[in-house]
Design a protein around this ligand. Structure first.
Ligand SMILES: Cc1cc2nc3c(=O)[nH]c(=O)nc-3n(C[C@H](O)[C@H](O)[C@H](O)COP(=O)(O)OP(=O)(O)OC[C@H]3O[C@@H](n4cnc5c(N)ncnc54)[C@H](O)[C@@H]3O)c2cc1C
Length: 239
């Protein structure tokens, strides 16, 4: 299939801002000139966003699409505010509907195409965004792709993209662990080897594994899988 894309920096309009949590927003962006979604992408890919007026020099940051390629009317990007962070604080605290943002992309190989495989995804915090996109794209619609997501959040106040992840899907299992909050329906504690063992449940062959989150989590996942004979973990660092 021919992927539709724009050359160079494009201008996107902020059409809607949806508050996800106390420190996270989802932006709905459309093509400034034509409206709608200006390009095609694979779930898991990201855009570079450029802000010319936040500092002396333009600043560029990458953000993964949390929306799905099947949403043709806009792109969604979910941004978590990093304390003291220049761009994330601006987006979460100050950005307004109607403003324009320069964007380049889509890009990135941390993505899946419609492959008949069992997919294990391990994330923490804002690292869930590529997996939100994948689940939105393939959840229910592609029952031949079995998906498992283990996601860690700090507390019930930090459930990013929860509207998507808390839905029920015929082919998606979501395991959510809270690291600083005990609550019914959630696991408790940081992902560790025992949690991963339970999550994988002995399935280490013919699978695809993707992880996005702190370095520590990605290392844990790679080491765990390696120990069980699987060496192809895909990682995406947000730093
Ligand atoms: C491929 C890719 C995809 C990404 N997708 C997303 C996404 O979907 N949603 C999202 O919220 N962010 C995402 N990020 C992170 C994003 O690009 C920025 O790094 C983040 O928003 C911080 O930028 P800032 O300008 O606010 O912070 P800065 O002003 O650059 O940094 C402020 C301080 O925060 C630290 N810091 C920088 N980045 C992070 C981070 N990610 N986590 C913790 N501390 C950090 C810095 O070391 C510094 O001390 C992605 C990054 C990459 C590389």
């Amino acid at each position: 299939m021919q992927m539709r894309r724009k050359k160079g920096w494009m201008s996107l309009r902020v059409d809607e801002l949806v508050r996800e949590t106390h420190d996270t927003v989802t932006m709905r962006l459309t093509d400034k000139d034509d409206g709608g979604r200006p390009f095609d992408f694979y779930p898991g890919q990201y855009l570079s966003l450029r802000f010319d007026d936040l500092a002396e020099k333009p600043v560029v940051r990458s953000y993964t699409m949390s929306g799905s390629p099947c949403q043709t009317d806009h792109i969604e990007i979910t941004v978590k505010k990093i304390p003291g962070g220049l761009v994330s604080s601006y987006i979460v605290d100050q950005l307004l509907v109607g403003q324009h943002i320069r964007a380049l992309g889509p890009m990135g190989a941390f993505a899946i195409k419609d492959e008949a495989q069992e997919l294990f995804m391990i994330a923490a915090g804002s690292g869930v965004t590529p997996f939100t996109s994948i689940i939105r794209e393939y959840g229910n619609k592609c029952p031949h792709i079995k998906m498992h997501l283990l996601v860690a959040y700090r507390s019930r106040q930090d459930l990013i993209n929860w509207e998507v992840l808390s839905q029920s899907y015929s082919n998606v299992r979501v395991v959510t662990t809270l690291t600083r909050d005990t609550a019914e329906g959630f696991c408790f504690g940081r992902p560790d080897d025992d949690m991963l063992r339970e999550f994988f449940n002995g399935r280490y062959e013919g699978i695809k594994v993707m992880t996005c989150g702190p370095e520590e989590l990605m290392e844990l996942t790679k080491n765990h899988c390696r120990l069980h004979g699987f060496d192809g973990v895909m990682t995406e660092s947000f730093f």
